[in-house]
Design a protein around this ligand. Structure first.
Ligand SMILES: Nc1ncnc2c1ncn2[C@@H]1O[C@H](COP(=O)(O)OP(=O)(O)O)[C@@H](O)[C@H]1O
Ligand SMILES: [Mg+2]
Length: 261
């Protein structure tokens, strides 16, 4: 991990206005640090309390989710740490420059019904604000498969389309993991395109590694951010996927986050 992420002094350069909590964009001073690092900074102080996530902090859940992504070896989540910042302790995450492709569909997008782009999967049909039928679709990108499986493991309650980023480095990244890792099933995602399909042996091998690491060092690291029950629930979700290696079907009254982007 880039050491600057942990230590460099951060200056706020902007705020993500669509964000529901205080989500700030910060940069380091290249004259001091030798390189310019841009990050997202979410101070714990700016967190809106959530009745269904009473324990720990959203920032801690973001760090815990990153640690799980790393333990799997998937690199789905950009480097994320808990540290001090201009408004006190918070989560700091490497900023991902995204591809601006006006012409092509985004990783998660809407398209007219019956016009699903090649290499995309349909998740649901709905009416757009003008009343036209549209399909919610997402790409079949292998890194998006990993994100979908990661979401099952971390029990992500808020995988919106805008939380899947196409980096200019050609990789796909997931962001916003503040409401993950609850003990009760809360999976809410736009990535249902693989529901009911088998999880590949390659990914199962990584999940085996994760489950084995949980009683050890990884569990110790997670304990700084999660309750014991939440760590046990994570292990149970991993074991369940190993026993029945199939992507879950949408369940419950609200399986898709709203708004979806
Ligand atoms: N690490 C990141 N790199 C690039 N863009 C990001 C990053 N984290 C968040 N964003 C952008 O900022 C938006 C809001 O951030 P998000 O984490 O969803 O905040 P909130 O927790 O307030 O919903 C995201 O939808 C995304 O467009
Ligand atoms: Mg968000």
């Amino acid at each position: 991990m880039n050491d600057l992420l942990r230590t460099a002094e951060l200056t706020v350069i902007g705020q993500v206005t669509t964000a529901s909590n205080a989500t700030l964009v910060c940069e380091t001073d290249p004259e001091q640090t030798g390189e310019l690092l841009r990050v997202v900074y979410k101070p714990v102080r700016g967190e809106r309390p959530l009745w269904d996530f009473p324990d720990g902090t959203l920032a801690g859940r973001e760090v815990a989710s990153y640690l799980v992504s790393e333990a799997l070896g998937w690199g789905v989540i950009p480097e994320t740490v808990l540290r001090d910042g201009p408004f006190g302790p918070g989560m700091v995450q490497r900023w991902i420059e995204v591809v601006e492709d006006e012409a092509g569909p985004d990783l998660v997008d809407l398209c007219p019904v019956g016009e699903i782009p090649a290499g995309y999967r349909e998740v649901l049909r709905a009416l757009d604000p003008a009343g036209h039928p549209v399909s919610l679709v997402h790409a079949e990108h292998p890194q998006l498969v990993r994100m979908a499986v990661l979401d099952v493991l971390i029990n992500n309650a808020d995988r919106k389309g805008g939380h899947a980023l196409a980096g200019i480095d050609g990789r796909v990244y997931g962001v916003d993991h503040g409401i993950c890792l609850h003990t009760e099933p809360k999976l809410r995602t736009v990535l249902w395109g693989w529901a009911g399909e088998p999880v590949s042996d390659e990914l199962l091998t990584d999940i085996t590694t994760l489950v084995k690491a949980l009683p050890g060092e990884l569990g110790g690291q997670l304990a700084a951010h999660l309750t014991d029950a939440e760590i046990e629930a994570l292990e149970a979700r991993g074991r369940a996927l190993l026993q029945a290696p199939v992507m879950p079907m949408p369940l419950g009254p609200r399986p898709i986050p709203w708004p979806a982007f």
